[in-house]
Design a protein around this ligand. Structure first.
Ligand code: ATP
Ligand code: MG
Length: 323
């Protein structure tokens, strides 16, 4: 079922979703003149709608289980509620607000951008907003070619793969790096055209570091208003990194002893003091993987191990070497 909402030029309504801005985090959703159809999944019998609702609830529960990301969680919950209400309004033949779902994700490496993009894709699919909900991740090299015509062809290929889902362009600011004469400009133009042409069946997410993305949006006037949803991914705090480490170990059926827990805190603190992108969950994942291997080497030296020993992580298993 495709429902098109007609734009009213005199539409002078307040922002679609507004919420107080926390400290460092800005999230902006403004009404724009673009429209997307809502309910494109073609699911309209009641049992399949119920199943979709269950799956939406599952995905939202998965989102809740991620450590931190409070603003992201709130925004996604708001979006989900908003889309659902627009659907209900449309069923009652009420005016449904225009809504664009293209997004800008700003944050340092390892702060959860790709993870959230994948979840958003799945969520929009279950809500009938996208047909497939898959995520195609690409970066400058996948979009920008080396000779005239090459960029258009490369960008088209990525767009084609992403149709029905999300095209996630990492380090998107690098497309504007070379200025006016660079082929990156051509890729930006092609993306902009595609987001208009395929607004019913494609969500474009441009991601990158905060300051670079700000520069990128400033140097390309007109882009900002095409991306009504801006999400900041702040660096994780020490406590959040610890919680992420603990949950990664738990899901692998390992457990830190109290002394192990203290050692993890000390190591993460020293990472935070020295690493340029320390508030970074990927570093924690690498640390956890290294820890598990070190524990294995320690246990391997004995002919057998108890269940307890196999689970327990001791301080000596944790090291920052090679991180
Ligand atoms: N809040 C979180 N809770 C648990 N694990 C997380 C969380 N955020 C990220 N991770 C894990 O950290 C790793 C890195 O996350 P992700 O790839 O989403 O980061 P990213 O922001 O896309 O990084 P990059 O910019 O380097 O691509 C993944 O393994 C992910 O599962
Ligand atoms: Mg990523």
């Amino acid at each position: 079922m495709t429902i098109r909402v007609t734009f009213r030029p005199d539409n002078n309504q307040p922002p679609v979703i507004q919420s107080p801005l926390p400290r460092e985090t800005a999230q902006i959703i403004t009404p724009v003149t673009e429209l997307v159809g809502i309910g494109r999944g073609g699911k309209n019998n009641s049992s399949s709608l119920e199943k979709d609702k269950d799956r939406v609830a599952e995905i939202l529960a998965e989102l809740e289980a991620y450590i931190g990301l409070e603003t992201v969680k709130r925004l996604i919950r708001e979006l989900q509620a908003y889309l659902e209400i627009q659907k209900r309004r449309t069923r009652e033949k009420l005016i449904a607000d225009p809504l664009v779902l293209h997004m800008i994700f700003r944050g340092n490496p390892g702060t959860g951008k790709t993870t959230v993009a994948r979840l958003v894709g799945r969520l929009f699919k279950e809500m009938g907003v996208l047909q497939k909900g898959h995520v195609i991740e690409c970066e400058r090299a996948d979009l920008v070619g080396e000779y005239i015509g090459h960029t258009a062809q490369k960008t088209r290929e990525q767009l084609k793969k992403a149709l029905g889902g999300v095209l996630f362009v990492d380090e998107a600011y690098s497309l504007a790096r070379g200025g006016e004469k660079d082929f990156g400009k051509e890729a930006i133009d092609a993306l902009v055209k595609a987001m208009e042409d395929n607004k019913d069946n494609l969500v474009l997410i441009l991601a990158g570091y905060r300051l670079e993305m700000e520069w990128f949006l400033q140097s390309n006037p007109g882009l900002r208003s095409r991306f009504p949803i801006h999400i900041d991914f702040p660096d994780y705090t020490l406590d959040e990194l610890l919680a992420i480490g603990n949950s990664m170990l738990k899901s692998r059926e390992y457990e830190l002893t109290p002394a192990g827990s203290e050692a993890l805190r000390v190591h993460l603190q020293s990472l935070l003091n020295t690493h340029p992108y320390a508030g970074n969950a990927r570093l924690v994942r690498n640390l956890v993987e290294k820890t598990v291997r070190k524990q294995a080497v320690r246990l391997f030296q004995k002919p057998s191990s108890s269940r307890e020993e196999l689970i327990r992580i001791l301080p000596m298993d944790i090291t920052l070497e090679d991180l």
